[in-house]
Design a protein around this ligand. Sequence first.
Ligand code: ADP
Ligand code: MG
Length: 163
Amino acid sequence: MTEKKITLTLDSESETESLGVAIGKHLQPGMVIGLCGTLGSGKTRLTQAIARGLEIEQPVVSPTYTICVPYAGRLQLLHMDAYRIAQAEEVDELALFERVDDGEVLIIEWADRIEAQLPDIDVWIKMAPTSEETRSFEAEARSEKGVSFLAALGQLFNGNTVQ
Ligand SMILES: Nc1ncnc2c1ncn2[C@@H]1O[C@H](COP(=O)(O)OP(=O)(O)O)[C@@H](O)[C@H]1O
Ligand SMILES: [Mg+2]
């Protein structure tokens, strides 16, 4: 597998929004995206924009208390937050492998906490606050699907800034 990594500086929330919409437009059926980064780094905010790119009209809320929320759009999105997951059975009950096999897109906040129980991650995204309004963004492909996805995305974002 060829390596593929994208690093961007997000200078405002609207840049995060543009990036998320572009991600949503390029996602393919059955892709799994793992998000990591501290509380407030923008994982949910990015997912809301990804949902817009997937043509999801329902407002996307933080799934911290519900663990997992499905949304219908161009593709079915399953938005998950592993922050409060205490037991392995909670994850197994969600039938994630079957749902991804069926073509649903899975986005997991705090995916690094439960990686062993998840279907293979195609792209890891790491976000970090660099000031109140700015975020660093790093995406790394872990599968062929992820590599072609990031290649397409990389062409839209010239150099180091989101246009
Ligand atoms: N450039 C930016 N990108 C994303 N969020 C930003 C940005 N600048 C400020 N914010 C704010 O940071 C917060 C991110 O919260 P959230 O997405 O819930 O974080 P997480 O899900 O990682 O805990 C939101 O209140 C958002 O308005
Ligand atoms: Mg969140």
